[in-house]
Design a protein around this ligand. Structure first.
Ligand code: ADP
Ligand code: MG
Length: 389
C-alpha cells in the first residue's frame, strides 16, 4: 500500500517515513509501536526544533505533531512545514480543551486532527486521509507530466509537419523557376545551333542574348538563395544608418541613369549610430531599388523622366526609417496583397520572387516593419522602420 517515494520539486518525500512529534515520552513510545505496526518507519522528535531537523534528514511524507509543546508549538510547526514542504501531510494531536486550536490548524492546511487519548480508529481514519491525499497528488503529478510530454510531442510533430510543408513549397517554387531557366537556356542553345548551322550572325546574336539572360537569372537566383540562407545569421554592429543607403546609392546610381531614371538620395538622420546588420540592410535597400528600376522599365509609355528617391530619416523615439519611393508603374491591389510571398513575381521568367520575401525576413529579424503604399500608374513607396535597439 505504501509508495516508496513521492517526489515534489527538489524534495523527495518518503511515503514510508513518518515523523512523530510529542514532548511526552509515553505517547511517543505507544504511538511509535502502533505506527510501526502499520508498516511505517517511525522517527520521533520531542520538540518542534528537533522535528524540523529530522524532517531535513528523513523527508517524511507525514508528520504527526502535538499542538501544545514547550518552545515552538504545533501550530507554528505546522505553518513552518507547510511553508517549506507544501506537500507534506500534517496530522495534529490535540488535548481535550484544544478544540479551537485544532480547528485553527485546519485553516493552516493540517490534514486532520486526532484528540488524545488516541483511539485506533481515529488514527486509522487520519492516516487513510493522508494516504489518499498523497496518492491523489502523486496521480496529479504523473498526469501533468504525461500531459506535458504529450503536448511537447504533439508540438514537435506539428512543427515538423509545418517545416516539411514549407520545404515542399520551397522546392516546388524553385523547381518551377529552374525549369523556366532551363527552357530559356534550351531555347537559346537551339537558336545558337541554328546560327552556327546557317552561319547567320543574327541568329547567333539572338541565341547568345537568350543564353546570357538566363545565366544572369541563375546568378540572381543563387545570390537570392544564398542571402536568404544568411538571414538567420545576421551580424549586428553599431553603424551610422545612412551608411548602407549611401553604399546602395553609389552602386545603383549609374544603373538607374542607364535606364533613363534619376536616383536621388535624401539623408535626414543625425550621426548617432544604431545596432543593425549593415550587410542585411544593404541587401534590403538594394532589393527595393532594383524593383523600382524594374518597375520604371515596365512603365508605359516609356517615359525617361522617372525618379526613384531613397531617403533615410530618424523619428523622435530613435527608430530609423528608410523609404524607397518611385514614380513608376505602381501596382494593383492583387499584386500588393501577394508581394511578400515566396516566389511571387509578375516579371515572368525574369523574376525570382525572392527579393521582397528576403527583405521582409531581414527587417523582421531586426524587430522592424516594412510597409508599402502604391497607386497603379503613379508609383510605389516602400517604408522600412527599424526600432532603436
Ligand atoms: P522579383 O523582383 O523577382 O519579381 P520581388 O519579391 O522582389 O521579386 O518582388 C515581387 C513583386 O512585387 C514583383 O514581381 C513586382 O510585381 C512587385 N513589385 C515590387 N516592387 C515594386 C515596385 N516598386 N513597383 C511595382 N511593383 C513592384
Ligand atoms: Mg526583386
Amino acid at each position: 500500500m505504501l509508495q516508496p517515494a513521492f517526489s515534489h520539486g527538489e524534495n523527495t518525500l518518503r511515503t514510508d517515513n513518518i515523523l512523530l512529534v510529542d514532548d511526552e515520552a509515553g505517547i511517543r513510545t505507544v504511538l511509535s509501536i502502533s505506527l510501526a505496526d502499520r508498516g511505517y518507519t517511525v522517527h520521533t522528535a520531542e520538540n518542534a526544533a528537533e522535528a524540523l531537523k529530522m524532517i531535513e534528514a528523513v523527508h517524511p511524507a507525514i508528520t504527526l505533531t502535538d499542538i501544545k509543546m514547550p518552545g515552538m508549538d504545533g501550530i507554528k510547526l505546522l505553518r513552518t512545514i507547510k511553508d517549506r514542504y507544501p506537500d507534506m501531510e500534517v496530522i495534529m494531536l490535540t488535548g481535550h480543551g484544544d478544540m479551537d486550536l485544532a480547528i485553527d490548524s485546519l485553516k493552516f492546511q493540517a490534514t486532520d486532527f486526532i484528540t488524545k487519548p488516541i483511539s485506533d480508529v481515529a488514527l486509522t481514519v487520519a492516516l487513510q486521509r493522508a494516504g489518499e491525499r498523497i496518492e491523489m497528488r502523486r496521480q496529479l503529478a504523473a498526469y501533468t507530466e504525461n500531459l506535458e510530454h504529450l503536448v511537447e510531442k504533439k508540438s514537435r510533430q506539428l512543427i515538423e509537419a509545418e517545416r516539411l510543408a514549407a520545404v515542399g513549397e520551397t522546392v516546388a517554387g524553385l523547381s518551377h523557376t529552374i525549369k523556366n531557366i532551363t527552357s530559356g537556356l534550351d531555347g537559346g542553345m537551339f537558336v545558337l545551333e541554328k546560327g552556327i548551322e546557317r552561319e547567320d550572325a543574327d541568329y547567333l546574336k539572338q541565341g547568345w542574348e537568350l543564353v546570357r539572360g538566363n545565366v544572369d537569372r541563375i546568378k540572381t537566383l543563387s545570390l537570392d538563395l544564398l542571402n536568404f540562407a544568411k538571414t538567420d545569421r545576421l551580424e549586428y554592429r553599431l553603424v551610422d544608418p545612412a551608411q548602407p543607403a549611401r553604399e546602395v546609392f553609389d552602386l545603383m546610381r549609374s544603373r538607374a541613369e542607364d535606364h533613363g531614371m534619376e536616383l536621388v538620395l535624401d539623408i535626414a538622420t543625425g550621426p548617432a549610430p544604431v545596432h543593425m546588420d549593415p550587410v542585411g540592410i544593404h541587401q534590403c535597400l538594394l532589393n527595393l531599388i532594383t524593383n523600382a528600376i524594374d518597375a520604371c522599365e515596365e512603365t508605359e509609355p516609356v517615359d525617361t523622366g522617372q525618379r526613384i528617391t531613397l531617403s533615410v530619416g530618424r523619428s523622435t523615439d530613435g527608430s530609423v526609417c528608410y523609404r524607397v519611393a518611385d514614380t513608376c508603374c505602381g501596382m494593383d491591389e492583387g499584386t500588393k496583397a501577394r508581394l511578400f510571398q515566396r516566389f511571387f513575381t509578375t516579371k515572368g521568367v525574369r523574376g525570382t520572387g525572392i527579393g521582397l520575401m528576403l527583405t521582409r525576413a531581414i527587417v523582421h529579424r531586426h524587430g522592424g516593419i516594412i510597409d508599402v503604399t502604391s497607386q497603379p500608374g503613379k508609383g510605389s513607396c516602400f517604408t522600412i522602420i527599424l526600432p532603436d535597439q
